[in-house]
Design a protein around this ligand. Structure first.
Ligand SMILES: CC(C)(COP(=O)(O)OP(=O)(O)OC[C@H]1O[C@@H](n2cnc3c(N)ncnc32)[C@H](O)[C@@H]1OP(=O)(O)O)[C@@H](O)C(=O)NCCC(=O)NCCS
Length: 223
């Protein structure tokens, strides 16, 4: 039985939520550069490189401060973008850019920390310009980041956000992420205000096993 057949069988059963999450996981990333139409406008999707430093600074400096809170690094700083480019060049990070013309409309990153004992883990980060939200760009970028992470053999994916970022939780839940931990007062913003940090995660092997198990029991029900 192919993956699509399996998913169709699952969709007819009780496990529609997990089946829906599996269906939202692309089997492989797009062949970048790629183009799509969103809200009547053309969006280019391609991998970030060193020539994107200035456009990234323009983008990050246009964002509301709260959106920058979940990021480990302050990407409004040239030095930080410089380090980011080095991480791309050294293959610790992969970043997909969504561009409207020459302007960045959003991005998604697959980030590894390069440490031996967490080499199976990657963090997925996604950020969309406020003017482009609600058009499914966040979902598309997250799905593509997921596909890249899986292609790179990542076994556990995590995402971090403040608990009020419901859109972020939705995009990650769509592809099977679950809430794993909430760290109280873990973040401090520029005004000294404390915020909780929500960690979501997806265990790739465990999710696959869940799907396989459900497919087997669905097949039994159909016999
Ligand atoms: C999270 C983020 C990338 C989503 O981008 P987006 O392009 O607006 O997302 P989409 O249009 O694909 O919408 C995703 C889902 O969130 C829902 N959503 C959008 N705005 C929402 C809001 N304010 N409150 C609750 N849900 C919302 C949409 O309805 C959609 O759900 P659906 O597919 O079930 O209908 C964007 O809000 C963002 O950049 N936030 C700040 C950074 C952040 O929190 N990043 C996540 C941590 S890595």
């Amino acid at each position: 039985m192919g993956l699509t057949d399996t998913i169709m069988v699952l969709l007819t059963g009780q496990s529609w939520r997990v089946a829906g999450q599996a269906a939202a996981q692309p089997s492989e990333p797009l062949d970048f550069p790629a183009q799509m139409t969103l809200d009547g406008g053309k969006i280019d999707l391609r991998l970030m490189n060193g020539y994107d430093r200035a456009a990234m600074l323009d983008f990050s400096r246009s964002l509301p401060p709260h959106d920058l809170l979940f990021l480990r690094r302050d990407i409004t700083q040239p030095k930080v973008v410089e380090d980011w480019v080095r991480d791309l060049q050294e293959d610790r990070y992969v970043t997909i850019l969504a561009l409207r013309g020459t302007q960045i409309a959003g991005y998604a990153t697959v980030a590894s920390d390069g440490l031996a004992w967490t080499r199976h883990v990657a963090e997925l980060l996604v950020l969309v310009s406020p003017s482009m939200r609600g058009l499914q760009l966040g979902r598309i970028l997250t799905e593509q980041a997921f596909a890249i992470a899986r292609q790179r053999g990542v076994r556990k994916m995590i995402a971090q956000m403040t608990p009020d970022q419901s859109a972020a939780m939705r995009v990650f839940s769509h592809i099977g992420f679950e809430k794993e931990a909430r760290l109280r007062n873990q973040l401090i913003d520029r005004d000294g205000q404390l915020h909780d940090l929500q960690i979501m995660s997806l265990d790739v092997d465990e999710f696959r096993a869940k799907i396989d198990l459900m497919a087997i029991s669905a097949q039994h029900e159909f016999v």
